[in-house]
Design a protein around this ligand. Structure first.
Ligand SMILES: Cc1ncc(COP(=O)(O)O)c(C=O)c1O
Length: 463
């Protein structure tokens, strides 16, 4: 990139990312901020990397189902002066003075979380989805207790009892999977395992399960053995908020989530629970496992919750699911194999031929073609968690970017062509060119739509 072009790109991206606003807020005046220096002046290496990432986000198609584009408003809060404040404790009681404004922000986030999901209590301090789960375990379990969670190969998360994770080192995890024939949760198997092992808690949630969870059934199973129910809705919380997936909140004792996936917030976590567990949960998170909360991120979570309560967000959540169906149908029409035969939510899992390239090799080829997916294990995995026999695709980020059904059909055909011929360099580079073109067209269409609205609900950060 020529240097003037690079400077312009940096400036445009800098203001889009909101760090201009953050510096201004810290220094008090815009003139002072200019004197203090922009990120590009202070640290060109980091600044260039940010510009590079912003460009990648605009010119390639993000199909990783756990990612999304947060809004400018979310980014501005994340980059705000609130990062300055130490605020150990909660708005009712802080160990530090000077918490007037961070209390406002944290109260807003908690109230909005409860209102959006219909929960009794919310803790918005967990630094990530994994920390949110840790907080629930610390609140509800004793070391060594038996817990049931979904198998990793079937889509369970590391914190659901993976051998390499703290969860299996501190608790005795028993895992349930999917039925080999249907590749869907076998509720009878879950019920039988619960009867056999009498878990103190059943964890329901997944990183790669493309189907709807039957919360009523899980509640019945938990009740049949006196277990607590934790709904880990990290992947689907945005769909739940937008009415595109049934809510676990009326059924679960605890519901945990990350905030940066379908919810489109900042990187972080959150836990909702019934009133009777509120005190134990808050104590488990602070002082149990965290120190000072990230109040700038909590402010961004509050903004995210406000955005997710708008009517537009319901349209978004339903569009995510509709687009995933279009993508699934296109891949099926191209004779690719989808785990469980399709999708009901935002993600799909392609099972690759056993004697062909691994998921990892396929994901690498797709990246060269501008199509960003991740390698993923599939039920009955034989190649292991690094090579894998599958790739995982999703529609949350692409839908935010502005891609619609027609584009998803084209994306499906492009993905299938690459999957069938990963070593064809000409195909990869031609696809990358077409992807860049498609991104530019879709971005221009999205910008034109945004320009006609008085208050756009969600302006993705690379706008
Ligand atoms: C089901 C599930 N739970 C928890 C997490 C953990 O979230 P984080 O990466 O924020 O720790 C994830 C992340 O992918 C997830 O898919």
């Amino acid at each position: 990139m020529a240097s003037t072009e690079a400077t312009n790109a940096r400036e445009a991206t800098g203001s889009a990312l909101g760090y201009g606003a953050a510096v201004t807020a810290t220094a008090g005046t815009e003139a002072a901020a200019r004197a203090a220096g922009t990120l590009a002046q202070v640290d060109p290496e980091v600044s260039n990397a940010i510009v590079g990432e912003a460009t990648r986000l605009r010119e390639t198609i993000q199909l990783i189902p756990s990612e999304n584009y947060p809004s400018l408003a979310v980014m501005e809060a994340t980059g705000s002066v609130l990062t300055t404040k130490y605020a150990e404790g909660y708005p009712e009681f802080r160990y530090y003075q000077g918490c007037t404004w961070v209390n406002v922000v944290e109260d807003l986030a908690r109230k909005r979380a409860c209102a959006l999901f219909g929960a009794d209590h919310a803790n918005v301090q967990p630094h990530s989805g994994s920390s949110a789960n840790m907080g629930v375990y610390f609140a509800a379990l004793q070391l060594g207790d038996t817990v049931m969670g979904m198998e990793l190969n079937a889509g369970g998360h590391l914190t659901h009892g993976s051998p390499v994770n703290f969860s299996s080192k501190l608790y005795h995890f028993v895992t349930y999977g999917v039925a080999p024939q249907t590749e869907r949760i076998d509720y009878d198997q879950v019920a039988a395992l619960a009867k056999e092992h009498h878990p103190k808690m059943i964890v329901v949630g997944s990183s790669a399960y493309p189907r709807i969870f039957d919360w009523t059934r899980f509640r019945e199973i938990a009740d049949s053995v006196g277990a607590l129910l934790l709904a880990d809705m990290a992947h689907i919380s945005g769909l739940v908020a937008g009415g595109a997936h049934p809510s676990p909140v009326p059924y679960a004792d605890y519901a945990s989530t990350s905030t940066h996936k379908t919810l489109r917030g900042p990187r972080g976590g959150m836990v909702l629970c019934r009133q009777q567990y509120a005190e134990a949960l808050d104590k488990a998170i602070m002082p149990g496992m965290q120190g000072g909360p990230l109040e700038h991120v909590i402010a961004a979570k509050a903004v995210m919750l406000h955005e997710a309560a708008q009517p537009d967000f319901r349209d978004y959540a339903h569009a995510v699911v509709d687009n995933a169906k279009v993508l699934a149908d296109t891949l099926l029409s191209e004779r690719l194999t989808l785990v469980s035969g399709g999708t009901d939510n935002h993600l799909l899992l392609v099972r690759l031929p056993v004697d062909g390239p691994s998921g990892r090799q396929t994901a690498q080829a797709l990246e060269r073609a501008g199509l960003v997916v991740n390698a993923n294990t599939v039920p009955g995995e034989t190649k292991g968690p690094v090579r894998t026999s599958g790739i995982r695709l999703g529609t949350p980020a692409t839908t935010t970017f502005g891609f619609g059904p027609d584009e998803f059909r084209e994306i499906g055909h492009m993905v299938a062509a690459v999957v069938r011929d990963i070593r064809n360099r000409t195909l990869l580079s031609q696809t990358a060119t077409r992807v860049k073109e498609l991104c530019a067209t879709v971005e221009a269409r999205r910008r034109a739509r945004e320009a006609t609205r008085q208050h756009p609900a969600h302006v993705p950060v690379m706008a």
